[in-house]
Design a protein around this ligand. Sequence first.
Ligand SMILES: *[C@@H]1O[C@H](CO)[C@@H](O)[C@H](O)[C@H]1NC(C)=O
Ligand SMILES: *[C@@H]1O[C@H](CO)[C@@H](O)[C@H](O)[C@H]1NC(C)=O
Length: 582
Amino acid sequence: MAAFKMAAAMAAVALVAHVKATEVPLPPCLDPFQPFVYSGCFQETSSTQLLPFRSPQSSDDMTVEKCVAECKGNGYRYAGLVYYGVCYCGQTVNGPQVDESQCNLPCNGNGTETCGGNGIFSVYSDPTFPVEDVTIEDYDPLGCWTDDSSMGRALTYRQDKVDGATLTTEKCLQSCRDGGFPFAGTEFGGECYCGVVIGNDTYAAPASECDMPCNGNSGQTCGGRGRLNLFVAHELQSLEPCGYEPPVSSSTTLPPTSTATSTAPPETSTATSTAPPETSTITSTSTTPITSTTTTSSSACVSTTVVPPTCEYKCGKWCSSPLPDWDDVKSCKGAWSTCAVQVASCFKQAGWPEVLDCFDFGEWCADVSKYCDSNPRGGCRKGDFWGKKPPKGGANPPKTITVTTTCAPASTKPPTTSTTTAASSSTTKCPIPTPTNICIQPTNNHYGYGPGKPVGGIEMPVVTCNDLAEDWPHYPFKGYTDVESRKCRKYPRNQCTNACADACKEQYEDCVDVYAEGCKRKPSRGRDASYFEFHSSVEKRTWRWNDEWSGAVSKCKAQYSDCLKVNRGVTGAGKCPKFGGW
Ligand SMILES: *[C@@H]1O[C@H](CO)[C@@H](O)[C@H](O)[C@H]1NC(C)=O
Ligand SMILES: *[C@@H]1O[C@H](CO)[C@@H](O)[C@H](O)[C@H]1NC(C)=O
């Protein structure tokens, strides 16, 4: 057994010694995530790289936080900083631990932090990886994939020390497992590759193209010419990858009370909220007018709150934020914008299969715009449009919520009854006059996507000017990914590119969750709508989707990669020059 362990260790050493820098780095993780844990000071030996992935970011202003975000964004488990701030990432740490005193250089970007030494790394680890022992049994086959891109390998790390003449699937999986790599692939009968992510120009291929027996076991297939038999072990991936949103315990926007009785479920809490932790500390305020009556007596205050329909349009677990009332073309267009920027949140939150109704919601928003343009007789009014195209799913009637609280003791006023009608949002909000995205939808003729025709019809979330006055001076941009403006991510002027990268990522996730999922689940029937009746929104929406699941994922991936590329140059220069000036 000792000999076996030694061999495994050798394999692990082998894979890190041969690094091809073909990996296309994903952006650093901008979402909140569990902090990495300091793991010690480690030395690189002359024969191996301690951590194989080198961050493309400059070391001039490197900090621990930046390096860790880079590794998190790229799916690596370990982050290491060396020599004043050169940042590396990896799935395993391939070198001995040394005394803490050897990590003694300050970081260029923050002198109070330590960035290793000369050839010595300060190493941090992501605590969100599962701890169970992973074996080669945990690798699931993903089928046959291409590996013939001019842009580099599908999997970055070739295992040259695994003997090609005797290669079997198990030997390759073992080598990748020892290196901590979630992806493994065999190719051309005798080649073995490992990776943390799949290369950006890699696609699922027909199974028949993986047609070469393994050199070490003719009963197994080891890829083909430029074709990989691909495997994944999810156990080697983080349980909370970048963008993971922890389940939110339901909270309510009711005022703090000792006893609260509601005649209706507290509508305002619409616990569909899945805000990332950083925004969950913000007290959310409803942006719709609320009429409340407060009766004060000496011992208890009873307030009755009439909540307008909060769920004007409903798709599964998602509810739209009500459109503002309108009575002329300008305010009608404002309502359209309020509608259009919510489409992305619908795709994100509705849940399968009702998420397919989000396409209807998007069309309904477009109808609002058409209505604004149509100069209707008798004036342009919300009620008129409602009569023609009522919102679907929701339209909850106004609800009355009664809250009983202990009165503030300081009150010396006589019992009063007051009725107030107020816009409960304490901030100045300005309608978004046009939901035009600052970010660019990429084009790819091979896959057929482009502006107005994204993969699966799922648009990027709109990134445009921030509509909240208080935030605007420091954060002129906002990515509209939630019905509540406050929960949307906001960006300083110099981070417009990041806003677009986030929007690309969001679109990619929706593409996989909705389009690829729809391709997988669509009823297998004829391709022509006229041959069958639509029994469900699934059928109605998916009958034109001709991709298989893996092909759909490839398209989503290609679009994401193109999206990051075309948006790298988007700086937002000249956009949103002043609040309300778009
Ligand atoms: C520098 O690092 C320390 C320790 O992590 C941190 O408390 C501090 O906020 C950082 N300073 C800056 C300017 O980022
Ligand atoms: C993959 O990444 C490389 C390097 O950034 C880039 O040149 C190439 O266009 C990318 N591939 C696709 C399909 O976008």
